[in-house]
Ligand binder design. Structure first.
Ligand code: HEC
Ligand code: HEC
Ligand code: HEC
Ligand code: HEC
Length: 178
């Protein structure tokens, strides 16, 4: 096509106008109404997020119905561990102050697997200064027990040194009360 300079310029300007106009139109159609009210995001998102039901509770939310476990847990070295990290989600268990579902309770070999998620020397990310770890099966060999022993046969799951402290008190290796 043999177009004059003016015509080419006209077509160029027209295309730019169409693109800009189309862009503005799409922006108007696609950008949600509440965008930019507080900042570069949808203001309605705040209200929507606040409506998402809370799924997790604090340990305090478990204590009132489980005074027995609470008493032990609060005294032991696991007091900083969330009940939910070992048992699952509050919302699957309690609604409107009543028990609505059963939480999983690990047993036997599953307990050992659970403990070793945090206490395994093999996991190099676990620093000994933050969390004590054990190497298996050496830890069991040191105690001179069969390698089939699970952690909870010597450690109370809710206060892991409870039995050991008591055993030391009975054998006189430790003063009562310490
Ligand atoms: C380190 C993991 C861990 C933490 C943290 C933990 N539990 Fe447990 N809990 C277990 C395991 C494993 C069992 C089952 C084995 C046992 O009782 O020795 C258990 C058993 C229980 C049981 C008895 C269940 C049954 O049917 O016998 C209750 C109730 C319970 N825990 C509540 C709690 C509460 C409440 C908390 C927080 C205060 C908590 N647990 C913290 C691991 C944990
Ligand atoms: C409104 C009371 C209530 C609250 C709050 C509550 N529980 Fe329970 N829970 C119960 C009852 C009732 C049982 C069944 C009887 C029992 O084992 O003591 C139970 C049983 C359990 C069991 C045994 C398995 C099962 O589901 O029957 C575990 C584990 C447990 N609760 C953990 C927890 C944890 C962890 C929390 C906090 C996140 C919690 N509970 C909060 C009332 C409650
Ligand atoms: C979610 C991570 C986690 C899980 C799962 C867990 N622990 Fe612990 N445990 C800790 C932390 C954190 C401490 C406190 C820091 C410390 O002393 O190592 C602790 C402390 C301990 C201690 C005392 C160590 C010391 O200071 O002398 C023992 C023993 C222990 N846990 C055994 C167990 C056993 C047995 C299980 C399985 C029932 C278990 N832990 C599950 C995190 C965990
Ligand atoms: C036969 C009994 C027995 C079994 C089973 C057992 N432990 Fe122990 N564990 C002990 C004793 C006793 C101590 C305390 C040693 C001490 O005070 O010197 C201990 C100490 C620990 C410590 C603290 C280590 C430290 O550096 O101070 C951790 C962590 C631990 N055990 C985790 C576990 C885990 C995880 C399991 C399961 C894989 C387990 N234990 C199985 C008896 C046992």
């Amino acid at each position: 096509m043999d177009l004059s300079y003016r015509k080419r310029l006209f077509i160029l300007l027209l295309s730019i106008c169409l693109l800009a106009g189309g862009g503005l139109l799409f922006k108007k159609l696609l950008v949600p109404k509440s965008f930019g009210v507080y900042g570069p995001y949808r203001a309605d998102a705040i209200a929507e997020a606040a409506l998402v039901p809370v799924r997790h509770g604090t340990n305090n939310s478990c204590f009132k119905c489980h005074p027995y476990e609470a008493k032990i847990h609060k005294k032991g070295l696991h007091q900083t561990i969330s009940c939910e990290s070992c048992h699952g989600t509050y919302a699957d268990h309690v609604a409107e102050g009543k028990k609505i579902g059963t939480l999983p309770v690990k047993k036997e070999k599953e307990i050992t697997t659970l403990c070793l998620k945090c206490h395994n020397t093999e996991i190099k990310a676990r620093s000994e200064e933050v969390i004590k770890t054990v190497a298996m099966p050496n830890h069991l060999k040191d105690q001179k027990v069969k390698l089939t022993h699970n952690c909870n046969q010597c450690h109370h799951v809710h206060a892991p040194l409870k039995y050991i402290i008591r055993a030391k008190q009975i054998t006189g290796l430790m003063e009562a009360g310490s």
